[in-house]
Design a protein around this ligand. Structure first.
Ligand code: PRP
Length: 207
């Protein structure tokens, strides 16, 4: 049986449908259920639903052989896993955004509100810009709106959250999408099974 960690929520449901379409469906699966583990009656596959940021933890520790996680999380936490495939789902960008009329004052450290503190620190260190990081856990856009930060480093998908709060993108840090990852020892010892999943998913992602 192959154990797969999926991110709870919209992305996870899309990924599950993609896996089901290539033969990894699970008869116990239901979108409305509060169940966290689904096993296939043929005994081929078992799914766990976990918080998106925890997928790589389960995969790195071997509770899941493979999983699906956003590139934003891989960039932020740099887990010790193999990244096998870009699924082309959940496409968005990691950006620096601020109020429409923001101008950088280089004489003081830049106050950056973000969930992605390592990503922000790495990015501004490369640019040689001194920053002060303000770690938030959601509604990051409020940082500049309420004046606790100058800019934010956050995910932009449609851009509507920024627009509705009179913010805009100033810089794009990286392109994000969902990636299939594997536990390193599972990749060695269950190589044929994992490669089969990768091959089947590659066929649908190419379409
Ligand atoms: C994410 C992100 C932005 C928003 C971007 O937040 O942090 O706030 O989506 O999407 P958009 O460009 O399509 O408007 P999420 O909905 O995950 O909630 P959060 O604020 O709690 O992080």
């Amino acid at each position: 049986m192959i154990n797969i960690a999926l991110p709870k929520g919209r992305l996870g449901e899309k990924v599950y449908k993609m896996l089901a379409s290539v033969g990894y469906g699970c008869d116990e699966y239901s979108e409305d259920s509060r169940k966290l583990v689904f096993k296939d009656s043929k005994g081929e596959v078992s799914y766990f639903w976990v918080k998106p940021a925890d997928v790589s933890v389960y995969v790195e520790l071997g509770a899941a052989d493979i999983g699906v996680v956003g590139k934003d999380i891989l960039n932020e936490y740099d887990p010790d896993v193999y990244e096998l495939l870009d699924l082309g789902l959940g496409k968005c960008k990691m950006c620096v955004a601020a109020k429409d009329d923001w101008q950088d004052d280089m004489s003081v450290p830049l106050r950056v509100a973000t969930k992605f503190t390592h990503t922000a620190e790495k990015y501004f260190a490369q640019k040689g810009r001194e920053i002060e990081t303000i770690k938030l856990n959601g509604s990051i856009e409020l940082g500049p709106v309420l004046g606790i930060s100058d800019v934010i480093v956050d995910i932009v998908e449609t851009g509507s959250t920024l627009k509705e709060n009179n913010l805009r993108v100033f810089e794009c840090i990286s392109e994000i999408s969902a990636r299939l990852i594997a536990n390193k020892s599972a990749y060695k010892f269950r190589n044929a099974e994992i490669k089969k999943v990768v091959e089947k998913l590659s066929e649908v992602t190419k379409r």
